[in-house]
Design a protein around this ligand. Structure first.
Ligand SMILES: Nc1nc2c(c(=O)[nH]1)N[C@H]1C(S)=C(S)[C@@H](COP(=O)(O)O)O[C@H]1N2
Ligand SMILES: [Mo]
Length: 432
């Protein structure tokens, strides 16, 4: 049985002529494909995707422009000060973005499978509205796959692409947002119809033996010559849900401290520890001291912290250590998804600002003795003045290890890990 173009207002001859020119596109014959399955998967994505998008945009705001500037032109969000409280804020937004993004991958793939007949429909457009819809679907599918692939490569630290991840993933997100809004507006009625076409309760009780093809042959998703079922609808949902659970199980360890971290098999870097000895410095490392290329002599007895403000002050490590009395548990949350909470001891940044003669600075520029993209990071007034914002010298009661930023590093509540500069050489306070 083949559908005719009559109901789309096409002249029958033209439709048949096009049909005859059908390229060798696959014809899909699964009996469980249909408006209901597509609508259920669509609903899950309709709830989950906005959360991934919103937490992603928030991460972008928290990340700011430093240390890796990414020029995104007009798409730049208006600047606003990322809060320093609650301290776990970035850990939550970043963890949610990466984890939920990963967990939804099986659902996205299942949704693509479920609408495959539409993606390969011939003729490519039945009407103008249909053409518009197909273009938005193309953008939606393209940007979703782009975001998934760049996101996955980023958390594997695998920069095989020749462009900035930060700019590309962000611009891709806006393409996705636009296409998603258009898709939801255009397809919402179909989503409702699909959800109502079957009862979830009934489907969950229907075994394979009782699984029948959809009678709704008007729908493009429904096979006109279905094969016998090899999986029930509930089986298909269980397969997708199981896939998501598996992904969750293999990733959630990245945000957990303790032995469960080693279960984060999807996130190799989050498991790398400085000292796999269970000691005070045994927690994930982003870039190791060896990888930083810093000459070890520069972190030895010759090291001085330079504070600039109304006056310039040079302090050696023993002078700083004598003043380092503030201890607080704060997370390090990496933009690549992993996070950990550790107990840091050091000097409040606001005390250092006062030492430099600027007790209420408007911003600060932190410089590392490392060269390269992490050489400098900007802190806002709020980030400098928070009582728990530290130049940390110690962690969990021991000196920082070289991998964690010895002689001194920045730790600020709710600040993305990428801006918690290690191997600090100087801090320049600016303002009144
Ligand atoms: N100088 C310098 N500071 C840095 C980095 C770096 O590569 N160089 N990496 C940053 C990133 S991306 C993170 S997530 C944290 C990780 O800190 P950790 O390696 O001590 O866990 O350090 C940040 N500070
Ligand atoms: Mo990071």
């Amino acid at each position: 049985m083949t559908r005719t173009g009559a109901r789309y207002g096409w002249p029958a001859g033209l439709w048949r002529a096009l049909e005859r020119r059908r390229p060798p596109l696959p014809r899909y014959r699964s009996p469980v494909r249909g408006p209901w399955l597509t609508a259920v998967l669509g609903l899950v994505l309709l709830v989950g995707m906005p959360v991934v998008v919103l937490t992603g945009l928030l991460d972008r705001v928290a990340y700011g422009s430093a240390p890796i500037p990414a020029d995104v032109g007009l798409l730049q969000l208006p600047p606003f000060d990322w809060p320093t409280s609650p301290a776990w804020l970035f850990r939550l937004t970043q963890g949610t973005h990466v984890l939920l993004g990963l967990v939804l991958v099986p659902v996205v793939l299942a949704k693509l499978w479920s609408v495959a007949p539409k993606l390969t429909a011939w003729p490519p457009a039945r009407s103008l509205l249909d053409a518009v819809e197909r273009v938005t679907v193309l953008l939606l599918v393209g940007s979703a796959l782009f975001e998934i692939v760049t996101g996955l490569l980023n958390i594997q630290y695998d920069y095989v692409f020749g462009f900035s991840f930060y700019a590309a993933h962000y611009v891709g997100a806006w393409v996705f947002i636009g296409a998603l809004v258009a898709h939801v507006v255009l397809r919402f009625p179909a989503l409702r119809r699909g959800l109502r076409s079957r009862s979830l309760r009934v489907e969950l009780r229907t075994p394979l033996a009782a699984t029948a093809p959809d009678p709704d042959v008007e729908s493009e998703l429904v096979a006109t010559d279905p094969l016998p079922p090899t999986i029930s609808r509930r089986g298909a949902l269980a397969l997708v849900g199981g896939g998501s659970l598996l992904v969750a199980g293999l990733s959630v360890g990245q945000v957990l401290d303790g032995p469960l971290r080693s279960t984060a098999l999807l996130l190799p870097r989050g498991r790398t520890t400085a000292a796999a000895d269970g000691g005070p410095n045994d927690f994930p490392v982003n870039r190791t001291f060896a990888a930083s290329g810093i000459d070890p002599a520069a972190t030895g007895a010759a090291w001085r912290l330079e504070l600039a403000g109304a006056r310039t002050v040079l302090l050696d490590r023993s002078a700083l250590a004598a003043m380092a009395r503030h201890t607080v548990a704060l997370p390090i949350a990496c933009v690549e998804g992993w996070s950990t909470e550790q107990t840091w001891t050091g000097l409040p940044l606001r005390d250092l600002a006062a030492l430099a003669g600027l007790p209420s600075p408007t911003s600060a520029l932190v410089r590392s003795i490392e060269q390269g993209p992490f050489a400098a990071a900007e802190l806002t007034a709020g980030q400098v003045l928070h009582p728990d914002a530290l130049l940390a010298l110690r962690v969990n009661g021991a000196d920082l290890s070289p991998d964690h930023g010895f002689p001194a590093r920045i730790v600020v509540p709710a600040l993305p890990g990428v801006r918690c500069t290690k191997w600090v050489g100087s801090i320049a306070f600016r303002g009144a």
